[in-house]
Structures are given as structure tokens and as C-alpha cells.
Design a protein around this ligand. Structure first.
Ligand code: GCO
Ligand code: MG
Length: 402
């Protein structure tokens, strides 16, 4: 069996997506997601100039060897551009292998560990009251787990809050939007939000919150402690994780569960956090962390330390990632939860898929492969539009983590 062609499809049905399509001499093809929000063209160039020429003519069934060729063989290892490209190749090859076997992807991985996959949705509002209402709407839609982000009095454009009724979409302008951040205002406000949510909806709904790398380890510990009475499912990205040991300072001071990893691209980014049991959930994805092949290694390492998975699933990850992720989640023994932000109708039409939401859970479907395809004719109707993620500054002008 041989790979005869591979090409990159860029489309913008409301937001940009980069998809790799791999074709074979057996008439079977597979697709992988290579979208890197705000840096899409860098991955397109990496794939077209440095990956595809070496892919043509290879045997697509040799998934592991191809992974090693592009990772170990590249000399310049890791980084989001390289790893998003490798992930797309890997996802497309697993899709092909599963189609050749006539099996849904989860079967190839080892079969079902569960019947359905719990997901969490994003509720947000411009004020505390609006956010409380938004959480109620998610409960009414059947969600068992909800992430709550709210506008903060005195802070303009807080992270995670949609403008108008749109789905939250941070890449909102060609050049980065400048936002302002104020930690003391946030630390005073956030515990009040979760107190109100528990008062309103009781103990049952799982509540999550994303700090988006804004706090120092000590501030994060303060927040974690203040949130303990409200029993969060997790507090996400409380501090930047370049220094993995920073999490020890948080861990020693609070029992609020910690989740990290949406920007990690290899097992090395997770190693100290997992081995030292500094986190509860690892958020690496099929898309960013080297595809199914590498994500499986991360999950296996995590399982040794009772760390569970909680893969990133924002709208900048295409339905191709969501499809592959739901198969992975259906198999992985140490599954925790899956993030699920709904895509726009335009996006769902470009990427017909088999996964299905029902009663707060996702079902992966039984179609051979990962169950997601691309309508190339429709995709061509939505040309690429430059869009960047915002940046953040403190009120005095200091650049801060967004
Ligand atoms: C999340 C994330 C996203 C990111 C986005 C960046 O937890 O879903 O933090 O909202 O900001 O994926 O591209
Ligand atoms: Mg996040």
C-alpha cells in the first residue's frame, strides 16, 4: 500500500481550519486537523514544504515509523507548528488504517471502555447575573458539566466572554486585539460567581473554570482555596506551565483539582507535572500533541499516577479533531472529561461527522475511521481570512499572559 497524494485544504466557514488529506493507491483516503489558531499559514507551509514531499510513496500502514520519521528524524523537534503537522499526518493515517480494517477507530485502539463520553460546555456572560443564566441554559440543554467564565466589574473584554450572543471566538481581528487584565479585581470576583452558581443550581452540576495562565502560583493557590467550598471539577491553567515545578506551590496549598495542557505539544511538557502528581487532568489533544500515536503515550504515563484525560476541544480545533478525540475518549481507560464547544452550522456542513451529542455526553458513532469527512467543494467557498488571538496588558501597560 502506498500514499499517492497529500494536500492541505484551508477553509474559513466562520473561522479558519487547516485540514490534511492523504490519499492512497487503494482508493482509501484519510484526513487530519492541522489548525493552529492565529498561526495557520505556518503549519500549511511546514506541511507543504517539509512533510508532504517525504510522505508520498510511503506505506500508510506504517504509522509508528512515519511518526518517528517526522519527529525523531526532523532534528528540530517539538513546537506547536511541527507537532500540529505531525498530528495531522498521524490522525489521517489512523483514519486510513481504521477504514481499511472496516472498523471505527476506537475498535483499533482496543475497543470501548465506556458507552459515552462526558463533555463540558462553555457558559459565559458579561456580568455575574448573565453568567448564572447562561449556566442554567446549559443545564437545560442536558449538560452535566459546565465551564463558567464571566465579565468582571472594572475589566473590559475579560477572557472567555462572547460579544453579543455569538459563540465565544477569541481570534477576533486580523491583528491582535489588546485587552486589559487586573488580577486583584478578578480574585475578588471569581469566588462570588461560583458561590452564586452553587446557591442557584445546587451540588449536582460539575462546574469548571479556566484561569487562562493569568495568575502567579501564589495567587492561584489563593483562588484554589477560595473555590474549595464550591467544589469545582477543575481549575484550568492557573499559572503558565513552562516551569512545571510552579504547580507544586499551588498543589501544596489547595485541594481544588488542577487541569493543564491545551498548549502542550509532547509528553516532555507533561512529564514532571504527571510524575510528581501536581495535576489531576491532562488536557493535551490529538491535534496538538502528536496525534493518536503520541496522545496514547501521554495517557498511559498519566494512568500510572491516577491523572485523567480532559482534552482541549475549543472551536479552533476542527470537527476532525473532535471526531478523533471522541474515539480516543471512548477507548482511553483513564478518561476524565472532554471539552466540547459547538461549531457553527457552516463549519458542521463543511465537515460532515458521525459524532453526536445527547444528554450531556458525546457518542462517537460506528462509521469506519474517525467518522469525519470534508466537503471540499463547500470548503472552497470559504477563503482564508487572517485572524489573530488577542494579547493582554496590565492596567499600567505591562504585557501579561493572555
Ligand atoms: C479552552 C481554551 C480556548 C483557547 C483557544 C485558543 O480552554 O477552551 O483556553 O478557549 O483560548 O483554544 O486558540
Ligand atoms: Mg483553556
Amino acid at each position: 500500500m502506498k500514499i499517492t497524494a497529500a494536500r492541505v485544504i484551508v477553509t474559513c466557514p466562520g473561522r479558519n481550519f487547516v485540514t490534511l488529506k492523504v490519499e492512497t493507491d487503494q482508493g482509501v483516503s484519510g484526513i487530519g486537523d492541522a489548525t493552529l489558531n492565529g498561526r495557520e499559514k505556518a503549519v500549511v507551509a511546514y506541511l507543504e514544504d517539509h512533510v508532504i514531499p517525504s510522505l508520498i510513496g510511503r506505506d500508510p500502514s506504517r504509522i509508528e515509523d512515519i511518526w518517528q520519521f517526522f519527529y525523531r528524524g526532523a532534528y528540530w523537534r517539538r513546537g506547536p507548528v511541527t507537532m500540529s503537522a505531525i498530528s495531522a499526518v498521524d490522525t489521517a493515517l489512523w483514519d486510513i488504517k481504521a477504514k481499511m480494517a472496516g472498523m471505527p477507530l476506537y475498535q483499533l485502539l482496543g475497543g470501548k471502555s465506556r458507552e459515552r463520553v462526558m463533555v463540558y460546555g462553555h457558559a459565559n456572560g458579561a456580568s455575574l447575573e448573565e453568567t448564572v443564566d447562561a449556566v442554567g441554559q446549559y443545564i437545560a440543554m442536558g449538560y452535566k458539566a459546565i465551564r463558567a467564565q464571566s465579565g468582571i466589574p472594572g475589566i473590559e473584554k475579560a477572557y472567555g466572554v462572547a460579544r453579543g450572543t455569538l459563540h465565544y471566538e477569541p481570534a477576533d481581528a486580523a491583528l491582535p486585539t489588546e485587552t486589559v487584565w487586573d488580577t486583584p479585581k478578578y480574585l475578588r470576583f471569581a469566588p462570588r460567581l461560583f458561590e452564586k452558581l452553587r446557591d442557584t443550581y445546587g451540588d449536582e452540576p460539575e462546574l469548571l473554570h479556566d484561569v487562562h495562565h493569568r495568575l502567579t502560583p501564589n495567587e492561584a493557590a489563593q483562588l484554589g482555596k477560595a473555590l474549595e467550598p464550591h467544589r469545582l471539577f477543575w481549575m484550568e491553567d492557573p499559572t503558565p506551565a513552562e516551569n512545571q515545578q510552579a504547580f507544586r506551590l499551588i498543589r501544596e496549598r489547595t485541594t481544588t483539582p488542577l487541569a493543564v495542557g491545551e498548549i502542550f505539544d509532547s509528553i516532555w511538557d507533561c512529564k514532571d507535572l504527571i510524575e510528581n502528581q501536581l495535576i489531576d487532568y491532562i488536557r493535551t489533544t490529538v491535534l496538538r500533541a502528536g496525534g493518536i500515536t503520541h496522545l496514547r503515550r501521554i495517557a498511559d504515563l498519566a494512568s500510572l499516577y491516577q491523572v485523567r484525560t480532559g482534552s482541549h476541544g475549543a472551536t479552533d480545533l476542527s470537527p476532525v479533531t473532535m471526531g478523533a478525540a471522541v474515539h480516543f475518549d471512548t477507548w482511553v481507560p483513564n478518561f476524565g472529561i472532554q471539552e466540547y464547544m459547538r461549531h457553527s452550522e457552516e463549519t458542521d456542513a463543511v465537515f460532515p461527522h458521525d459524532y453526536r451529542f445527547a444528554d450531556g455526553h458525546m457518542h462517537c458513532g460506528e462509521t469506519p475511521g474517525h467518522g469525519v469527512t470534508i466537503d471540499e467543494e463547500l470548503a472552497a467557498k470559504y477563503p482564508y481570512r487572517p485572524a489573530s488571538l488577542p494579547v493582554a496588558r496590565l492596567e499600567d501597560g505591562t504585557m501579561w499572559s493572555w
